[in-house]
Ligand binder design. Sequence first.
Ligand code: PMP
Length: 351
Amino acid sequence: MSKYWSPLTASLVPYVPGEQPKDKTYIKLNTNENPYPPSPKVIEAIKAAAGDDLRLYPDPTCESLIQAAADYYKLPASRVFAGNGSDEILAFAFAAFFDPAKTILYPDITYSFYKVYAKLYGLQSELIPLDESFTIHPADYARENGGVILPNPNAPTAKLMSLDAIRIVLDANPNQAVIIDEAYIDFGGESAVSLIAEYPNLLVVQTLSKSRSLAGLRVGFAFGSEELIEGLNRIKNSFNSYTIDRLALAGAVAAFEDDAYFRETTEKVIRTRDRVAGELTALGFTVTDSKTNFVFASYPDKPASSIFQQLRDKGVLVRYFAQPRIEEYLRISIGTDEEMDAFLQAVKEIV
Ligand code: PMP
């Protein structure tokens, strides 16, 4: 607390990101990063961009990147927005579309940043309970509200909603924006981008952080109707019109140009995930059906906090949540096969 802080600053409870240890010897399975490096073409493009032109501001319209993302999804560029990571786009979207006079809706177990943004913008939230199997029921979102946000797949539960379920939410909310946060969609889900031509209330948010191995570059996208994209641009240009820097722009464009690399690494992560889920189940864990690059698992005979700590002592970092209903679960990001073998070996020594 400081006398210099505004009442807003004093009221905030900021998000605490997952640990990024300086000690590189940890097997790091705690923040859902991709274990594989970015495409070599991305590195080449960033090196090429790291020259004299850095004295110049980047393109404030991010034209090359927006075009690359638009081409990828076969959309007009007017339906695409690019930002500095999907976290930033979500922050813009909360400001752009959610109504402080009403209550916004999101699941009670979900990405914890939503609560932080709601607080930042003075929005009231209603947290909609997931059922016992952590399923999101779309009919629960058919009530008076000032906006809806759903991650698909959900985090940290890892569970996917069908596009039919998303349609039910969209049909029930013709006058509110519905944001679908697809941070993990490439690991086995079907993107709602295919629905944006049909639903002007739909904003789909994606990121290069997970499936494109570029968490460090901070690039995300939103796809939606022109009116939603225009709303995001209004907010962006009221904060910082040069959101994406020259190096990130160059690297992100190159990421879209190397689809083969993306497909190969994504498939590897999926294969490893399914193997790890199977092995944890065989060890007696309950594991949700993951369509993400992490698994969400609980063990009946030992508290998650103690498994977490024992894994940490053995040099393996995972995540657990001191939160009702999921305090017995561990969230384990999928690493390389070798990393996951070391993780599984450590687990066998603990449980
Ligand atoms: N949405 C969800 C559900 C996430 O888990 C994350 C990653 N923590 C993000 C958005 C943000 O990703 P980024 O800002 O790296 O694009």
